[in-house]
Design a protein around this ligand. Structure first.
Ligand code: RUQ
Ligand code: CUA
Length: 662
């Protein structure tokens, strides 16, 4: 392999650090008729939902396309005071991990569930990079239904990609680290001996979506970057891009760029299943959290699990194969037929396209050039379909249109390039503003893309919008790709830093939306199903307030007899049974957030009465003409006070002969 000197590497990196080759005519690149194409008239629905990862916001945002209108931000891995997520007692367990409560994460990829390789609109999965977790969002409620932590992992980046019937959600670790049951207190420079890369296969319940770690694959210590499942003829296989096959543990920008080629790792997961059935897995003791939100009790529960089954890919033959792939591959994308696997070397000036059929033949013929820690390395040429020559600089990600074309993003040369899979010829290129990362075509990683639009998610915004101080929103750009040439029709700012995103025809999801929760099905232990059952109960140092909200009052709205220092739990049930009538709840001095309670739901806010006084509480969501009247008072007396605990609504009027305090 070619040896790169330090100075050569630094020179190459200096080029890569340029924000981008800035495209010319940034302001005029928009095509004629763009306004009409992106315009969705007031009151009309968008044609597509676009689910966009939030990067360092930890959330996922949902846009309508082609308008670019923001429809919703779904809290997943970060607390969200707007919705009370991670602040209400019911949602706190969702963010529990083996490290305790973790209120933030970095969310990079979104993947919609599939049946027969087509988007089925049931769930969308999301990864947390930092404290490795995978979440499932329910698309009837647009809320996080489940989060599972991943043991033996660190930097869960090549995740969460799914198999064509959502049999598994797969997650590869970005950082290899010593396994959780080994002594991790080792010198960092013992990477080669002690650090291993784990890939998690998370099974998904066909009916209820429940996630479970079916098994993990123990692989050589490298960085797994991205992945995609095989489909059609390659169903049963999974492909991962790997970098840092140099196994460097310092100054990776130089030391992990030494080799001319890193790998795409091909995993035969059907074979892994056979080994698992044959009892070849080793039970490893670990600790990871599994958190589930129940929509009947409107409550999350968190359980710590202690065991995982591990298959060793270096010992068990025929599970993993390495395919050499030039220059620190990032994206790893499989075309709609399942035949072609596209690797995108971040530092490469070409795009290698591998053939599944040729790869199978190479394995049968043992066309190997050696092994990498016990894993056979297939000869590059034996698996190669061909290379796209001079496509651009810094290829990152590829999506497909289902008509034989691929679209690849180029970070360094700031463009999207359309090319033909059959003959590897470049067909079209458009500039992006600026330095595009991921891209999305509706269904663009499935068997059936819906190739009307392409959205580019750009890393650098610079002069695209009105200045807003040192930080600018990241920007998405919408292209019409229905014709031969890509046409820019819209820019829209995004939340956090988008990485991958997926889109689907609105009709697949729209009509399944839950409009409210049925109050008679509410099984929250603290529910009040009517004002008649509201109450205030003292239990030791805790006071439970069973409260209801309905336009436009709380019941109770006068509470007295609370003592300073007591923990008060407001269990607020929204009695409304109508679409789009949430009520909020906030009380002075609360050290967490509001509650935002959906119709038919119960949510709980913990509040500590810190000193005597009168504490108003009120509804935070403008719910009716008398929303400003939707409020109440809570009286806090000193510790040991004899003021009796009392509560009422509409009964606590001044006595006729006395208005004095008592
Ligand atoms: S990444 S910009 Cu975190 Cu998917 Cu490629
Ligand atoms: Cu209820 Cu405002």
């Amino acid at each position: 392999m070619k040896k790169v000197t330090l100075s050569m590497a630094v020179a190459a990196l200096a080029v890569l650090m340029l924000p981008s080759c800035k495209p010319k005519n940034a302001g005029t690149a928009v095509s004629a008729g763009a306004a009409g194409k992106a315009y969705v008239a007031p009151g009309k629905y968008d044609e597509f939902y676009n689910f966009v990862s939030g990067g360092f916001s930890g959330q996922m945002s949902v846009y309508g396309l082609p308008s670019g209108r923001l429809l919703r931000v779904i809290p997943i891995f970060s607390v969200d005071p707007e919705k009370g997520y991670g602040y209400s007692e019911e949602t706190k367990p969702m963010l529990n991990t083996s490290h305790g409560f973790v209120p933030w994460d970095d969310q990079h990829h979104t993947e919609l569930s599939q049946t027969n390789g087509e988007i089925d609109g049931r769930w969308i999965f999301a990864n947390a990079n930092n404290t490795p977790r995978v979440a499932r969002v329910d698309l009837t409620t647009f809320r996080t239904a489940e989060i599972i932590e991943l043991p033996n992992s660190a930097g869960n980046h090549s995740s969460p990609f799914i198999t064509e019937n959502t049999e598994y959600v797969v997650a590869g670790t970005r950082f290899s680290v010593p396994p959780d049951d080994a002594n991790g207190d080792v010198p960092i420079n013992t990477y080669k001996q002690n650090f291993k890369g784990y890939i998690s296969f998370i099974s998904v319940g066909a009916a209820d979506g429940k996630m479970d770690i079916a098994f993990q694959l123990k692989c050589p210590g490298v960085n797994f970057d991205l992945s995609h499942a095989g489909k059609g003829k390659s169903h049963g296989w999974f492909f991962f891009s790997c970098y840092n096959t140099e196994q460097a543990s310092t100054l990776l920008e130089v030391n992990a760029s030494q080799r001319d080629k890193d790998f795409i790792m091909a995993v035969n997961w059907k074979k892994a299943e056979e080994y698992l059935k044959a009892g070849k897995g080793r039970k490893q003791s670990v600790k990871y959290a599994h958190n589930v939100y129940d929509e009947k009790s409107h409550t999350a529960t968190s359980e710590i699990r202690t065991e995982v089954t591990v298959l060793d890919a270096s010992e068990l033959k025929d599970i993993c194969y390495m395919i050499p792939c030039p220059k620190s591959p990032h994206g790893c994308d499989v075309d709609p037929t399942g035949e072609y696997i596209v690797g995108s070397g971040k530092l490469a000036a070409l795009i290698p396209v591998f053939s599944f059929t040729k790869m199978q033949k190479a394995i049968a013929d043992k066309a190997f050039e050696g092994d990498y820690e016990g894993i056979p390395v297939i000869k590059y040429d034996a698996a190669l379909h061909g290379e796209v020559k001079k496509p651009g600089l810094g290829p990152l990600h590829t999506e497909f249109d289902g008509k034989g074309n691929a679209y690849t993003t180029f970070f360094v040369s700031s463009e999207v390039v359309k090319w033909s899979i059959a003959d590897l010829k470049v067909l079209d290129r458009v500039p992006t503003y600026y330095s595009v990362g991921h891209l999305c075509i509706p269904g663009g990683d499935t068997k059936k893309p819906n190739a009307k639009y392409l959205i580019a998610y750009n890393k650098i915004t610079k002069d695209r919008y009105l200045p807003t101080g040192p930080e600018l929103s990241q920007s998405a750009q919408l292209f019409d790709i229905s014709g031969d040439k890509m046409q820019l029709i819209l820019d829209f700012p995004t939340i956090g830093e988008p990485h991958y995103a997926q889109a689907v025809a609105a009709s697949v999801i729209r009509d399944k939306s839950v409009k409210f929760f049925k109050i008679e099905e509410n099984s929250n232990p603290y529910v009040s199903k009517g004002e008649g059952t509201t109450k205030v109960v003292r239990e030791g140092n805790k006071v439970h307030v069973y409260m209801t909200s309905i336009r436009s009052h709380f019941s109770p709205d006068n509470i007295e007899g609370i003592r300073a220092g007591e923990e008060v739990y407001f269990h607020v049930t929204n009695l409304e049974q109508d679409w789009d009538v949430p009520h909020g709840f906030a009380i002075k001095g609360a050290d967490n957030a509001e509650l935002l309670i959906m119709p038919g739901e119960t949510q709980t806010l913990k509040w500590v009465a810190d000193k005597p006084g009168i504490y108003p509480f009120y509804c935070t969501d403008f719910c009716s003409a008398l929303h400003q009247e939707m409020s109440g008072y809570l009286r806090v007396s000193p510790p040991g006070s004899t003021v009796p605990l009392s509560f009422s609504t509409g009964k606590n009027y001044p006595k006729a002969d006395s208005t004095a305090a008592k």
